[in-house]
Unconditional design. Structure first.
Length: 193
């Protein structure tokens, strides 16, 4: 059974290990190369862990609940400040990984549900957005099952500019009985072409 918790700055060695595993396992899924990650110093990994556990970035990790246990899954969400103050605060899902031996067991579902709950209730985001490769039907279906919709937007895929990254988004329920920002969140999704 996996425990889901927030990455702490002190988890930098676990972060380094899982990041190297991620880049080795699915190199086209991430902007960083395995070679670049391997060249990072301990100090740089410590700084990365601190940044990934800061005020505008949360990183959830799954492990078996024992101190120092390997990370079996990771999901990172950052908060984007909208240029238009009438728009909802947005969260962006920028990193998702589940170790091969934990795939197909519902861990990605658990991580995503927790990430969406935190982004809405704790961080106050009205929308969470992500990009998925245009040819990745499995990922698109996964996010659709979790309430994500196509926004109509796309952008060049970072690792191969000839391909597209499709933008998907999901409305969130910010904390509080009146759900502040929900109307603005609705405008983000309802304004899709």
């Amino acid at each position: 059974m996996n425990r889901i918790r927030r990455l702490q700055a002190t988890d930098w060695e676990l972060l380094r290990d899982v990041r190297l595993e991620m880049l080795s396992d699915t190199p086209m899924a991430y902007v960083e190369s395995l070679g670049a990650a391997r060249r990072q110093t301990d100090t740089q990994w410590q700084e990365r862990a601190a940044t990934m556990s800061g005020d505008s970035s949360i990183t959830l990790v799954a492990d078996d609940g024992t101190d120092g246990s390997p990370i079996s899954g990771l999901m990172r969400v950052v908060i984007k400040q909208p240029q238009d103050p009438s728009r909802a605060l947005q969260a962006m899902l920028i990193s998702v990984y589940v170790a091969p031996e934990h795939r197909g067991l519902g861990l990605a579902d658990q991580l995503l549900d927790e990430a969406c709950a935190i982004a809405g209730a704790e961080l106050g985001a009205g929308v969470i957005e992500l990009g998925v490769h245009e040819d990745n039907a499995r990922a698109k279906a996964f996010y659709e099952r979790h309430g994500f919709e196509y926004t109509g937007a796309s952008r060049p895929y970072p690792q191969d500019k000839a391909r597209l990254e499709i933008v998907m988004a999901r409305r969130l329920s910010p904390a509080g009985p009146t759900q502040p920002g929900q109307a603005a969140a609705d405008r983000v999704l309802d304004s899709k072409p």
